[in-house]
Design a protein around this ligand. Structure first.
Ligand code: HGY
Ligand code: MN
Ligand code: MN
Length: 592
């Protein structure tokens, strides 16, 4: 029997609790507590009320909740003593059809996990798309999480319990996150394209203008044209895919939105792409309803943001902001191919790049939906967040030159070891960044070119990535790191070169646009959580010429990103689409 929110909002506490029986395994107290927060404006608000009941219950009640869950393919399943919901879920995930080896592995993991943590391994086996994980994915997650810290696993167990409850509640309400499913499936399909050397390993890497990159552009263009009803779709001179959905007046000003479709190496499937696909889903819905707004919508899939193949970053959004630096064309990739050659080879008209600069007066502003890429929303059990500012960043490539010499015969006090010098600096970066809350510092690439195990490193190349919520904090940290580099090298008698490859100012959200995202999130029945962005985004490039603000979407696996574990649930994507739709419709009402 399908429940309705009206029915639940009107129900007395006992009836409400009974209607929601089974949402949380053997734990009716959660619905009973949540009842006090009625009325619920949306399924998201009801889910939030139940997570808040758990968050407020304290550790003992939370531990009891976790322990109320059965093991995966455990004794209760074998004895057919699972609840109806768990029977359905474990069955749908194939756990009732394990091979003898899988079954033995799961028993071993159950025993080891229970002995280490004192509670069962909890995983929403229906997965982020709700269709069910494979047994191999379940076992891989089990093996991986066995190594986690107990506190992390306690929190991760609760997050998975909320996801299990969310899927169960969706079914009770007949609530299908259809647009979340659409975007999730698009992201899966787009992730089929990956660069050689990664595709064979099942890894996602799409760097600028490779065949996989061009295939992504072609697929995004086709979807915009054939599935979403954009009025014009083109691939511009730097490889951005630009879709325009006209307003009631074709010449009306436009809302600019989008994100990037290139990726880091061995990436997740939603970084960048989510912001493109969420906007496309909104246009698709308007087109299907024959709806036009008083403004146009220009969705841009930016061709390059990560700076993986070439040193230049934010190349796609930079071109629109009129910040494309022609010197970038001479940058060479690892194979010695210049950016200009790669562009020409991809059929792009380099001469047209300056024409890509947008006239900001033709736009209302820029908005971008993006996965959070961090642990904050997951830690708060919130699906969405509103960005207040994007951290400023500065990046360098450093090369230290010492003297290669025999590892066996060179006395320790006679060495000019480039790697040891670099190692000192890596630890200094960590110490200096950790000393100031709003600063982060990373050495992401560390390499001894042509190194050998029996040779004292004569050269060492590494990157520096320093970020902060303000330019002043960023620059103070960068100054200190450069000064330490000079001191370490002088003391060790080695030389160094340092090249700045990126300097991006902090980008505070435009107040009016941030408020539009806040109103949209609140309209979904969710608390509004404001937060800075530690990651850089295309929005910070458009920030240079027009007002901007961003919406963050929670990540699974505690929000990990730039990692194949990056994952976003269909229900959270659905909420991002609904928030975007709310922003569009209220902008239209204000405009009319
Ligand atoms: O590095 C960043 O912050 C972004 O993912 N390019
Ligand atoms: Mn990224
Ligand atoms: Mn990104």
């Amino acid at each position: 029997m399908r429940l309705t929110l009206e029915q639940l909002n009107a129900a007395p506490q006992d009836e409400f609790t009974a209607l929601l029986d089974g949402t949380y395994e053997h734990s009716p107290w959660i619905a009973r507590e949540a009842w006090r927060r009625r009325p619920f404006a949306s399924p998201a608000a009801l889910k939030r009320a139940m997570t808040e009941s758990v968050r407020a219950a304290g550790r003992d009640a939370q531990l009891a909740l976790i322990r109320a869950h059965p093991e995966l393919a455990g004794k209760a399943m074998v004895a057919k003593a699972l609840t109806a919901e768990s029977t359905h879920e474990q069955g749908a995930a194939g756990l009732t059809a394990c091979t003898p080896e899988e079954f033995a592995t799961l028993q071993r993991l159950n025993a080891e996990y229970g002995a280490k943590f004192g509670f069962p391994f909890i995983l929403a086996v229906r997965g982020p798309r709700g269709l069910g994980l494979t047994r191999s994915a379940i076992i891989a997650a089990f093996e991986r999480r066995l190594a986690n810290h107990p506190d992390f696993e306690f929190a991760e167990a609760l997050r998975n319990i909320h996801r299990i409850a969310e899927i169960r509640l969706d079914e009770k309400l007949g609530h299908v996150p259809a647009l979340g499913n659409l975007v999730w499936d698009w992201a899966e399909e787009l992730a089929q394209h990956s660069d050689p050397g990664y595709a064979e390993k099942g890894q996602l890497t799409v760097t600028y203008l490779t065949d996989a990159h061009r295939a992504c552009a072609a697929r995004l263009s086709a979807w915009m044209r054939e599935e979403c009803g954009f009025d014009s779709v083109e691939i511009d001179a730097v490889g951005n895919v630009v879709g325009v959905y006209y307003g009631t007046d074709r010449e009306a000003r436009r809302l600019l939105t989008g994100s990037h479709y290139d990726t880091v190496r061995n990436a997740g499937k939603h970084d960048g792409r989510l912001g493109i696909l969420v906007a496309m889903a909104c246009v698709r819905e308007m087109h299907r309803r024959g709806r036009r707004l008083p403004f146009g919508i220009e969705v841009v899939a930016f061709a390059e943001e990560e700076g993986q193949r070439y040193k230049a970053v934010f190349l796609g959004s930079g071109a629109l902001a009129g910040r494309f630096d022609p010197r970038w064309l001479d940058q060479k990739d690892a194979d010695g191919i210049t950016m200009g050659e790669a562009m020409t080879g991809a059929g792009l008209r380099v001469a047209d790049i300056p024409k890509l600069a947008r006239d900001a007066s033709r736009y209302l502003g820029f908005v971008e939906a993006h996965i959070e890429q961090g642990p904050v929303l997951a830690g708060l059990d919130l699906p969405l967040g509103v960005v207040t500012s994007i951290n400023g960043s500065v990046r360098y490539i450093v090369e230290i030159a010492g003297e290669a010499s025999h590892a066996g015969t060179t006395p320790m006090d006679r060495r000019r070891d480039a790697a040891a010098a670099a190692a000192e600096l890596v630890l200094y970066v960590e110490r200096r960044a950790a000393a100031v809350p709003e600063v982060v510092g990373t050495v992401g690439v560390l390499d001894v070119p042509g190194g050998s195990s029996n040779v004292v490193p004569g050269r060492c190349r590494f990157t520096l990535d320093i970020r902060a919520t303000t330019d002043a904090a960023r620059d103070a940290a960068a100054d200190d790191v450069r000064a330490e580099l000079a001191r370490v090298c002088a003391r060790r008698g080695v030389s160094y070169s340092l090249e700045e490859t990126l300097r991006q100012s902090a980008a505070p959200s435009d107040r009016a646009w941030q408020a539009r995202w806040e109103r949209a999130v609140a309209a979904l029945g969710l608390p509004v959580h404001r937060m800075p962005s530690g990651a850089g985004h295309d929005a910070m490039k458009l920030h240079e010429i027009m007002p901007q603000a961003m919406l963050f979407v929670r990540g699974e696996n505690a929000g990990i990103s730039h990692n194949p574990l990056e994952s976003t649930a269909n229900d959270d994507i659905q909420l991002a689409v609904e928030a975007f739709q709310h922003l569009l419709l209220h902008l239209a009402e204000a405009d009319e």
